[in-house]
Design a protein around this ligand. Structure first.
Ligand code: SF4
Length: 336
């Protein structure tokens, strides 16, 4: 591992950044000098799915701009409270795919662990915003049911740590989990789905880099970045550190109305990701989760945008446009 020397990535600590995150709509609206008329709806929506956003991320937003694409990802809105046909609390069939406590086994060869319900940021479009983490997380019994399930299924060779955000777990506990997984001989690949390097870059600690470098698995980290403005200097710094620790980096983003559903924004995102040594992997259509219908982009619009993206960029910079359908054997590509 190459030890980190750049102070850019180091202050405040990730725990402090999370402890000091905005959780009050009033405070966020005041800080960003937004119209106070947004407040009643923000409070009502936050009572159903809390507001949470770290200050450094908020500092990347434009003050006074209620349409800022970073703000729209985190600001509770009244539209979340409107029930829309076709939008449900379990849009991709997670509950039916639960094979042991906190284990989702949907696809051949890989299983996903719900490692924690916590996140550094509450994304308003989150497809697990209604997930019953209190009953269905692998950490409830210190991962024992999950580890037993993985041990007894030799067809699984890849384990995916998801959540919530698995990097909300302390380094010492993650190291324990890695060691327990390493003791299962048929596991060869470890994948971590996380938004933390983008939202709280200082979460990529030297201890974490050391662990990722040490484990016997091929490690893939799939970050979640929806807009090029999220790729700040501090974020790019830790992405480079991850690469230097031997991690393969992919990005998955969600196509979101008013945030990134235009060609210029998508081109900038893909090019900026590549500059940061991250391969654009998936562009997801919104999962039809209750409370997020206002982010939905129609399939026709997505197809048109994707065609333009293919014309504009070399193939290796264009993510796969996919959606998840409950019960399918893989993510489904949206055909043109
Ligand atoms: S970080 Fe991921 S899991 Fe957490 S709220 Fe955002 S989309 Fe959902």
């Amino acid at each position: 591992m190459i030890p980190r020397t750049d102070g850019l990535c180091q202050t405040p600590s990730w725990n402090e950044a999370i402890a000091n995150a905005f959780t009050s709509p009033e405070e966020l609206i005041d800080y960003l000098e937004l119209d106070k008329s947004l407040l009643p709806a923000a409070r009502a929506a936050a009572s159903q799915f809390g507001l949470r956003v770290p200050r450094a991320y908020v500092d990347c937003m434009e003050k006074g701009n209620a349409q800022d694409p970073l703000l729209l990802q985190v600001l509770p809105l009244g539209a979340e409270l409107e029930l829309q046909p076709g939008f449900s609390v379990d849009p991709v069939g997670d509950l039916a795919a639960t094979s042991a406590t906190g284990v989702l086994h949907k696809y051949h060869g890989r299983a996903l662990l719900i490692t924690t319900g916590a996140c550094a940021v509450n994304c308003r479009y989150c497809f697990r915003r209604h997930f019953p983490y209190q009953e269905s997380s692998a950490y409830l019994d210190h991962w024992q049911s999950a580890l037993d399930y993985l041990r007894s299924n030799s067809s699984i060779n890849e384990v995916i740590l998801s959540g919530g955000d698995p990097l909300m777990i302390a380094d010492s506990r993650l190291a324990e989990l890695f060691r327990a997984l390493e003791a299962i001989p048929h596991l060869t690949r470890l994948r971590i789905h996380t938004r933390m390097p983008v939202i709280v870059p200082q979460r990529v600690t030297d201890d974490l880099l050391g662990e990722l470098d040490r484990v016997r698995f091929r490690v893939t980290v799939v970050v979640h970045c929806n807009h090029a403005r999220e790729l700040t200097a501090a974020v790019c710094c830790v992405l480079q550190q991850l690469r230097e620790s031997g991690v393969t980096l992919f990005n998955q983003s969600v196509l979101l109305k008013g945030i990134n559903n235009d060609l210029k924004t998508q081109v900038e995102l893909c090019e900026s990701l590549f500059e940061a040594q991250v391969i654009p992997y998936y562009l997801h259509l919104l999962d039809s989760v209750q409370g997020a219908a206002h982010f939905d982009v129609s399939r026709e619009e997505a197809q048109l945008l994707y065609q333009q993206l293919l014309q504009q960029l070399p193939g290796y910079l264009v993510p796969k446009l996919v959606y998840e359908q409950s019960g399918e054997i893989s993510k489904t590509p949206l055909t043109l």
